[in-house]
Design a protein around this ligand. Structure first.
Ligand SMILES: *Cc1c(COP(=O)(O)O)cnc(C)c1O
Length: 435
């Protein structure tokens, strides 16, 4: 067999993998329809029928609510905006505590800061990479108001465990399902288990409109508060006829509105979601069944769950492999082509996910708004290194993630991926001696 590419041999493949593009004539026609109408957004930030947006925005919201079986779906210009609006809508007070996962995209943890919340980081469970319920439990105090749960990599969080805690302590559950559109547990969609769910429509997600997000919930009042925050709440609340001053709480509005163009694109994208998910799941099954090695343990999925595979993840056992995760990854990457997907095109495999969120300077230095430490000074949350050992271990040593299951990969593309892993497996000894 050829020597490893990392050690000077010939790579398994150099021809790039196909670019992943879900945009076609359906989106083109939708955009043209909007452009020709001349109405690129009809939102009004005054109390008027158009306070709720134009035809495309409303059609998307209806389609989204029907698909995910929720009473309300509210479009926004990003999932980050959706998270901020959701935190505002539940009435967070400065100094309230919000528990977030240490392992997620940064917005899951920064959204509560906008309302003066004190953010506390829960560790993840090694079996799921999602928030660990026992870790959440140790963080709950009388000041805790909400838990932000994340369906990391496209896997539904521990719904029963979190719900039990939330019910017991009267906490809101905000579900960041940006990575899990279409994931299900017992047939019910991710995003619909907590009080409010937030989806992303950014370019890197399963379906996208360039930028965009969707907020879902079943509670009429929460939905209305999200719609208010989306669109300059403070400017319309009088005209809307508010009666009690509590209605003003957190109604300092933003402009989080989606345009008609994005809404038209998103309608076409949502129609494609089931087929895109089917393909991802099929590809993962194929890859996973071939990639069985003693040092790689794929995160298993319960029978009642359908994963949406934003990423696929495996635990890497450095001792069993006899080499470091970094050396293993370098060897795999050397065998495979870059993917012409993004400007920073790379081989779509990596170690861990993001840095533990509390490692970021904003938490380490406790500087967010102004220079005196607000809102961190309102509480005494800990951000010391080591507070979430599982997250740190996954980030530094134990986890491998890849997105080689993307739709558009052909049988031959998948087989090349498999050949690369098998070649590296057959040469592990060479990687040990020449380290
Ligand atoms: C992508 C992502 C977001 C942010 O989405 P935007 O639409 O870019 O704001 C939030 N949370 C998670 C878990 C994500 O993966």
């Amino acid at each position: 067999m050829q020597a490893l590419a990392l050690l000077g041999g010939k790579p398994v493949r150099t021809e790039p993998f196909p670019a992943y593009n879900t945009i076609d004539t359906h989106e083109e026609e939708a955009v043209l329809r909007v452009l020709r109408s001349g109405k690129l957004s009809t939102f009004l930030g005054t109390w008027h029928d158009d306070f709720y947006g134009g035809n495309e925005v409303r059609a998307l919201e209806q389609q989204w609510a029907d698909f995910f079986k929720t009473a309300h779906a509210i479009s926004v210009n990003s999932a980050t905006s959706g998270l901020i609006a959701a935190i505002g809508a539940i009435g967070i007070e400065p100094g309230d505590e919000v528990i977030v996962p240490a392992y997620s995209m940064s917005a899951s943890a920064t959204a509560p800061l906008f309302y003066g919340a004190v953010v506390k980081f829960a560790d993840v469970n090694l079996k799921s990479c999602n928030m660990d319920v026992a870790s959440i439990q140790t963080l709950i105090t009388p000041k805790t108001k909400a838990i932000v749960v994340v369906d990391l990599f496209g896997r539904v969080y521990d719904v029963d465990g979190v719900r039990t805690l939330a019910n017991k302590h009267g906490l809101y559950v905000i579900e960041d399902c940006a990575q899990a559109p279409g994931a299900t547990l017992q047939g019910q969609f991710a995003g619909t288990f907590g009080d409010i769910g937030i989806f992303s429509l950014n370019y890197h997600k399963h379906i996208h409109s360039g930028e965009g997000g969707m907020v879902v919930c079943n509670d009429e009042q929460l939905a209305q508060r999200v719609r208010m925050i989306r669109n300059h709440a403070e400017a319309v609340i009088n005209a809307k006829g508010f009666e009690h001053k509590d209605e003003l709480i957190n109604m300092v509005g933003f402009n989080f509105r989606m345009t008609e163009i994005e809404a038209a694109i998103a309608q076409e994208q949502l129609k494609k979601l089931p087929e895109l998910l089917r393909k991802r799941r099929e590809n993962v099954r194929y890859l996973e069944s071939a990639l069985q090695f003693s040092y790689l343990q794929w995160l298993s999925v319960p029978k009642a769950m359908q994963h949406s595979y934003y990423l696929h993840a495996a635990h890497f056992d450095e001792r069993e492999a006899g080499i470091s995760r970094e050396r293993y990854l370098a060897a795999i990457k050397a065998e495979l082509p870059k993917t012409l997907l993004r400007d920073e095109s790379d081989v779509l495999i990596g170690g861990g996910y993001v840095k533990p969120l509390y490692w970021q300077p904003i938490f380490q230095e406790r500087i967010a708004f102004g220079k005196t430490g607000y809102p961190f000074t309102l509480g005494n949350a800990k951000y010391d290194k080591g507070i979430c050992p599982n997250t740190e271990r996954l980030h530094t040593k134990a986890l491998i993630t890849h997105e080689m299951m993307r739709p558009g990969m052909t049988q031959r593309d998948l087989d090349d991926v498999i050949r690369a892993f098998k070649k590296v497996d057959a040469h592990l000894d060479a990687l040990k001696t020449e380290a």
